[in-house]
Each structure stands twice: as structure tokens, then as C-alpha cells.
Design a protein around this ligand. Structure first.
Ligand SMILES: NC(=O)c1ccc[n+]([C@@H]2O[C@H](COP(=O)([O-])OP(=O)(O)OC[C@H]3O[C@@H](n4cnc5c(N)ncnc54)[C@H](O)[C@@H]3O)[C@@H](O)[C@H]2O)c1
Length: 245
């Protein structure tokens, strides 16, 4: 039997990269998945692919920065599958730009998606899990939630915020059987990383390569499943050694 047999998992940013790899692993472990993304074309195509392989999956187009759309994700999940056991709160955007040239609107947009959006999804997940008796939330932070880097102040500030949001929510809902943990990836080979940056980012990593989305998915499965049943408020770094430097 799969580790997630009968479980229902909502995955934001589920149309691409780390979210899509996690959806594939989750369905192979018996989960029903709700793919949430802004990108309707990719999301629908992925939903069809999973269904063609006999998985139970639906795609919901939503922007995680909209309260109404986030509420609609959970409404549609309950309508389709009756409950929510796992939320992989993973959608995010990156931006590299010197801070003194960053417009306030651009700062706000990054923090809005990468921190506010994570809060909105977590809040709605908790509301459902309080009704059903518990669940597991995994937020995607970043190794840049632990350490700084030039040119990514908004992203790094938001990801640092996700790590402490994770601790705070974990403490707040520990007695209600809701576990909250984070994934802190290093440089992972997904569309968020521009092709021209890949070689330099690999060379900055002690293991001298980029990580793969499938390697992130395995860490997410650990945190989402009962394999980590006594773990909450933790942020698991999977970065090829970058933050050990
Ligand atoms: N790839 C890396 O090197 C790396 C490193 C550390 C952290 N991360 C984090 O991992 C997460 C997943 O990124 P990825 O590398 O798979 O990138 P990706 O671009 O392949 O996937 C991100 C997905 O999120 C969706 N998305 C963006 N904004 C959204 C919004 N407002 N509402 C709904 N969906 C939205 C995008 O459409 C996209 O499909 C992000 O939070 C990212 O910050 C990635």
C-alpha cells in the first residue's frame, strides 16, 4: 500500500517544477491530488496526463494572492474529494534585481506571492483541517530563507518569513493534530531558473550540480506523510551542501 493511500493533497504551483514532481510522487503513493496553478494550459495538460495514468486528479486555476480564489480551491477540493489531508504550499516566484533599483510595487509583488500567498493558503488549509481533525502542511521556503544573497532581497525576506511562519503555525496548531513544516531547496533545475544561470549556480553548489525536482518531492513526501509523524515546525534543507559552507 502507498504511503498516501486514500489521502487528498492540494499542491500549489502544481503545474510545473517541484510541485509537478511532487504530484507525480504523491499519486504513485496512492494520493488524490488537486493541482493549483495560475498557468491553466500547463495545469490542464498535467491533469489530463495524470488521469490518463489512472490517477485521481483535478486542476484548479487560482492565484494564491487572492483570498477569494484560495477559498475556492478548498471549496472545489471538498466538492471533488470530500476532505483535505495534505497541503503542499509551494507556488512562488523569483526575482533578481539590485535592491536600489527595485520599485516598491515589485517588492510588494514578490512578498505578496512568496509570503502573503503562503499565509492565505495555510490559513484556509488550517480551517479545513480543524474541521476534519488534522493534517499535514508543507510550505516551500528556500535555502535563501536561512542565508542572504545579493540581488534577491524581497525573495529572501519572504522565504525567511515562510520559515518563521512555519514555526509559528506549527506551535499554534500542534495540539489540533496539524503539522506544519517547510522545504528549503537549494538550486533546483526547474523553469524558475534561467537557462543561462544554470552552470554558475551548479558551480556555486558543493555537489557541483543542480538538484532535481524529484529529489525535492521525496523530502516533501517524508514531511507530508506519517513517516514524519513527530516532526512539526521544522524546515528541511535539501541544497547539495550550499548552506553548510
Ligand atoms: N528551483 C529552485 O531553484 C528553487 C529554490 C528554492 C526555492 N524554490 C521554490 O520552489 C517553489 C516552486 O518553484 P519551482 O522551482 O518548481 O518553479 P516553477 O516556476 O517551475 O513552478 C512554480 C509554479 O508556481 C506557479 N505560480 C506562481 N505564482 C503563482 C500564484 N500567484 N498563484 C498560483 N500559482 C503561481 C507558476 O505558474 C508555476 O507553475 C517556489 O516557491 C520557489 O520559490 C525553488
Amino acid at each position: 500500500m502507498g504511503k498516501l493511500q486514500g489521502k487528498v493533497a492540494v499542491i500549489t504551483g502544481g503545474a510545473s517544477g517541484i510541485g509537478a514532481a511532487t504530484a507525480r510522487l504523491f499519486v504513485s503513493e496512492g494520493a488524490k491530488v488537486v493541482l493549483v496553478d495560475l498557468n491553466e494550459e500547463k495545469g490542464k495538460a498535467f491533469e489530463e496526463e495524470l488521469k490518463a495514468n489512472n490517477a485521481e486528479a483535478i486542476f484548479v486555476k487560482a492565484n494564491i494572492t487572492s483570498e477569494e480564489e484560495v477559498q475556492a480551491i478548498f471549496k472545489q477540493t471538498i466538492e471533488a474529494f470530500g476532505k483535505v489531508d495534505i497541503v503542499f504550499n509551494n507556488a512562488g516566484i523569483g526575482r533578481v534585481q539590485p535592491s536600489h533599483t527595485l520599485e516598491y510595487a515589485e517588492w510588494r509583488n514578490t512578498v505578496n506571492v512568496d509570503l502573503d500567498g503562503v499565509f492565505l493558503v495555510a490559513r484556509e488549509a488550517i480551517r479545513e483541517m480543524l474541521k476534519s481533525g488534522g493534517g499535514s502542511i508543507v510550505n516551500t521556503a528556500s535555502m535563501y530563507g536561512w542565508v542572504g544573497s545579493p540581488g534577491s532581497a524581497a525573495y529572501n525576506a519572504a522565504k525567511g518569513g515562510v520559515i518563521n511562519l512555519t514555526r509559528s503555525l506549527a506551535l499554534e496548531y500542534a495540539e489540533q493534530n496539524i503539522r506544519v513544516n517547510s522545504l528549503c531547496p537549494g538550486f533546483i533545475d526547474t523553469p524558475i531558473i534561467p537557462e543561462e544561470s544554470k552552470q554558475i549556480l551548479a558551480s556555486m553548489t558543493p555537489m557541483k550540480r543542480l538538484g532535481h525536482s524529484e529529489e525535492m518531492a521525496k523530502a516533501v513526501l517524508f514531511m507530508a506523510s506519517d513517516d514524519s509523524s513527530f516532526m512539526t515546525g521544522n524546515s528541511l534543507t535539501v541544497d547539495g551542501g550550499y548552506t553548510a559552507q
